[in-house]
Design a protein around this ligand. Sequence first.
Ligand SMILES: C[S@@+](CC[C@H](N)C(=O)[O-])C[C@H]1O[C@@H](n2cnc3c(N)ncnc32)[C@H](O)[C@@H]1O
Length: 283
Amino acid sequence: MSAEEFRLLRDHVYSHCGILVHEDMKFVMERRLWPRLEVLGAPDFSAYHRYLRYDANRHVELEAAVESLTTHETYFFREPSQLKAFREELLPTLEKRNARTRRLRLWSAGCSSGEEAYTLAMLLKEERRFDDWDVEVYGTDISRRVLAMARRAEYGPSALRATSADLLERFFLPTGHAKVRVRDEVRAMVSFGHHNLLDEAGSQLVAKMDAVFCRNVMIYFDQSARRKVLRILRDRLVPGGYLLLGHSENLLNLGADFELVHLRGDLVYRRPELPGLLGSESR
Ligand SMILES: C[S@@+](CC[C@H](N)C(=O)[O-])C[C@H]1O[C@@H](n2cnc3c(N)ncnc32)[C@H](O)[C@@H]1O
C-alpha cells in the first residue's frame, strides 16, 4: 500500500464512520484489508479505493472494510464501579423524574454484540423499581455482524468473565456447547438496530433517551468526529438526560454542551435541563 493509497482509504473510512487509522497503523490497515482485495479480485489498493467510491456494491463493501478495521471487544458487566453508580445514584433520580410517565429509555450506542445493552436490562431487573414501567433498552452499532450476534444472545466464557455466578444463574440459560443464552424476560426489554453514530439524519429516528451509554466507541475517533457524535447524542437525550462514557474517555477540550455530574462513585455527563445553563456541579 503506497502512502497515497493509505491516505485515500483512511480518509474514506474516516468520513464514513469517524474511525481514524493513524499513520503508524498503515501496515495493520494493509494486512486487514488485503483479504478484501482477494475476495473482489482487485489488483491493488488503488483499484480497491475506486471500488469503494464508485462500484454499485460500494456500500456493502464499505461495511466490510469498516468491519475489518473495528474492534468489538466487550463483555457483560464491564466497568462495574460505573454500573454501580448508575444503579445506586442515577436510577433513583430517573425514577423520581419519570414518575408521572413511568417510562424509561436507555441506549447502548456502539453496543457491539449486545453485552452492554443486556447488562443494562439486567440492572433494571435487579433494581425492581421499574418492574411495571414502560422500559426499553436500545442497542445500536455500525456492524451488522455483531448485531446478528446480539440478537442471537448466545455467549461463551469470554463475554461472561465479569459476571458473578448469581447473575449467571438468574439471567442466563445453558444451551450446551459451553454457551449460555440470555433469558427471554431480559431479551424482551432490548431491541437492536443498525445505526452509524455519525449519521445525523438517521439519528432523528432514535427515540429521546433518559441515558446513553457510549463507552469505548469514540476512543477510535478524532476530535472532530467526537464533537459531531456528541452533538448528535446530546440532541437524542431528554433535558437532564445522562451520558456515560468509558473510563478512559472524557469531554475535555471538546467544548461539548454537557454538565459534569459528580456522583459518589463516578463522573458522568448530563444534558442541561435548560438551554444555556451550563457549569460543573454536583447532584
Ligand atoms: C469496543 S466496542 C465497545 C462495546 C461496548 N460499548 C463496550 O464498552 O463494551 C466499539 C463498538 O463501536 C462500534 N462503532 C464504531 N464506530 C461506530 C459508528 N460510527 N457508529 C456506530 N457504532 C460504531 C464498533 O462496531 C464496535 O462494535
